[in-house]
Write a protein that binds this ligand. Structure first.
Ligand code: PBG
Length: 334
């Protein structure tokens, strides 16, 4: 916002007056971080009563469904409105077409049912993409070395229906295929699942910040030297992000996402000021890990930097933030 030309200058105006006291800073704060801004992503695995730490993501583990239920309860108690589920799929269940994604009794579907049963009023967001399920680690079907758009979209529609039928509240396509939001909306509506929302990962960049996530879901070695440049967005572009978001809104997205977050706050800001649609942002695994690593070395105050980063998402206009630190930070705010 530009200052009105009539505003007085120093020494009549002294901006430090508003910063002088704690109560005044509190009273005048333009943005605030609240637990209801935070969404907790969780990695789920088969088995019982097991937490497997993820080395590249300090304080984050793969958890079994019994522990998932406990985490969902803690999240709810702390005022976190929703969780986002990511499955660690046994390599024996992975295939070129990612068939396990369509199995109504797969890990994600069982997780949805268990959480809904135990903690009915927490929102459940599920990832629509094939990478946890494909033997090559790509988000879509590969034919002749190419990730096939339209064949993949057909499968994603079925995956979204399976998740919605299991009871998830929001399906979140993170695959970056063209036309998938419209196709998924149509498919859900056709199955009388019109209450299921779509959170579109509209501006998802091809980023090197996803490394720890790929450790967590074990897709790094499967992906090998391949990358996702054919479908995830080029880091150099921002107008293109606006086009992606506009298309997804036209196709029926209820909310859109920018990802990664911290390195792409300009996109969050542009999206939030350009469209009257909730814009969410994802502080991704690599961004989280960098804060944790520096903190572990005593180089920064991890909690304070985490809060500062999360607040910067709010300043940029994000309505909610996916962060692996959600439980921790919600606890600190409380
Ligand atoms: C894949 C997916 C990825 C993330 C969320 N969904 C990784 C990728 O695109 O390779 C990354 C999240 C993170 O790094 O925290 N569909």
């Amino acid at each position: 916002m530009t200052a009105p030309s009539s505003s007085a200058s120093f020494p009549t105006t002294r901006l430090r007056r508003n910063r002088l006291n704690h109560w005044c800073r509190e009273m005048l704060a333009e943005h605030r971080l609240h637990p209801s801004d935070l969404i907790l992503p969780l990695f789920i695995q088969e088995g019982s009563n097991t937490e497997t730490p993820i080395l590249s993501m300090p304080d984050v583990s793969r958890i079994t469904l019994d522990i998932l239920v406990k985490k969902a309860k803690s999240a709810k108690q702390l005022g976190i409105p929703a969780i986002a589920l990511f499955p660690v799929v046994d390599v024996k269940l992975k295939s070129p077409y990612g068939d396990e994604a369509l199995f109504p009794d797969n890990l994600v579907c069982r997780a949805i049912r268990e959480v809904k049963n135990a903690v009915p009023d927490i929102g459940i967001i599920t990832d629509v993409a094939l990478d946890p399920y494909t033997s090559h680690g790509q988000d879509g079907v590969v034919e002749n070395g190419k990730v096939m758009n339209d064949i993949t979209v057909d499968i994603l529609c079925k995956q979204a229906i399976v998740q919605a039928k299991a009871g998830c509240d929001i399906v979140a396509p993170s695959d970056m295929m063209d036309g998938r939001i419209g196709a998924i909306r149509k498919a859900l509506d056709h199955e009388h699942l019109s209450d299921t929302s779509i959170l579109a990962y509209s501006a998802k960049y091809v980023s090197h910040h996803y490394g720890p996530f790929r450790d967590a879901v074990d897709s790094k070695k499967l992906l090998g030297a391949a990358d996702k440049r054919e479908y995830q967005m080029d880091t150099a572009n921002s107008d293109e992000a606006i086009r992606e978001i506009a298309l997804d809104i036209n196709e029926g997205a209820d909310m859109v996402m920018v990802k990664p977050g911290i390195s792409y706050l300009d996109i969050v800001y542009r999206a939030a000021t350009s469209f009257p649609v909730p814009v969410l942002a994802y502080q991704v695994s690599g961004e989280y890990a960098m804060v944790k690593a520096a903190a572990a070395n005593g180089w920064i105050d991890g909690d304070q930097v985490m809060m500062e980063q999360l607040l910067s998402f709010k300043r940029a206009g994000a309505r909610a933030i996916l962060t692996y630190a959600a439980l921790d930070i919600a606890g600190k705010i409380a």
